[in-house]
Design a protein around this ligand. Structure first.
Ligand code: SF4
Length: 251
């Protein structure tokens, strides 16, 4: 385990992308970047990150702004519930944590829109807590590295992935280690055609050693899609178009 962790950290130092949120330990900035990157590619997210931080430089600026203003800055990123949740979480931090970003993993989980992955990312990067951040990239790397065929969506699989990740992060700088593992998944151990022959972990990798790289991770079972039929009105009068603001759970 120790050799894998050290190799990963060395790889990260040599290959990491220079991203603005890697220049800071400020939990607020890290939170913003993590929420933006939940459904958005890194390249697209960078400009939104700068824009958001410029408009709302701290938790008070965000909480004191009307939610419409937050949504306006978010415009174009999609998945607007992320912006609404952040606005709500900013109020939670002011009301329940005296305006200070909570430093404990369990407290971070209480914030609206913050799940286990985001809480672990903030806890490890901003507060040096050894909590593994497991996103899709990390699940893929661990599945191949250790030959884990279980699904991380199921309790049994999740436990196995967590155990491996905890073993790897032990005695390492947690924030840097989590970022290294995620970056390795994004740049090296990619979903399709990972460059195994140039990989620093090939000697330790179960999937590579057993010719199972294309088999792992095991594909997700397909979700049954439901067709929905929707009637809508497009109302135009002279040069004006009628727009109605979306309400909760509306389309
Ligand atoms: Fe991923 Fe291939 Fe490296 Fe294994 S050898 S960790 S599958 S890139």
């Amino acid at each position: 385990m120790l050799k894998i962790s050290k190799t990963l950290l060395t790889w990260y130092e040599q290959n990491k992308r220079p991203l603005p949120w890697r220049e800071t330990n400020n939990p607020y900035s890290i939170w913003i970047s993590e929420i933006i990157l939940q459904q958005t590619r890194v390249n697209q997210g960078i400009n939104y990150y700068y824009r958001f931080i410029k408009h709302f430089p701290d938790i008070y600026a965000l909480a004191n702004a009307p939610v419409e203003e937050v949504l306006k800055i978010w415009q174009g990123l999609g998945y607007y519930s992320r912006a609404r949740n952040m606005h709500c979480a900013a109020h939670q931090i002011i009301n329940n944590f005296e305006g200070k970003f909570p430093a404990r993993f369990q407290d971070l989980l209480k914030l609206k829109g913050v799940g286990e992955y985001t809480a672990a990312a903030i806890a490890s990067i901003a507060f040096h807590i050894p909590e593994p951040a497991l996103d899709g990239n990390v699940y893929r790397v661990l599945s191949r590295l250790f030959g884990i065929a279980e699904s991380p969506q199921k309790a049994k699989g999740k436990k196995i992935f967590k155990q491996k990740a905890f073993a790897l992060i032990q005695n390492q700088p947690p924030g840097i280690f989590n970022q290294a593992l995620m970056e390795f998944g994004a740049l090296q151990c990619m979903p399709k055609n990972p460059d195994c022959h140039q990989c620093v972990l090939q000697n330790y990798c179960f999937a590579f050693q057993n010719k199972l790289v294309t088999e792992l991770p095991v594909k997700k079972t397909k979700i049954n899609q439901r067709l929905r039929y929707i009637t809508f009105l497009y109302i135009q009068y002279q040069n004006k178009i009628f727009i109605e603001q979306r309400k909760k759970n509306d389309i």
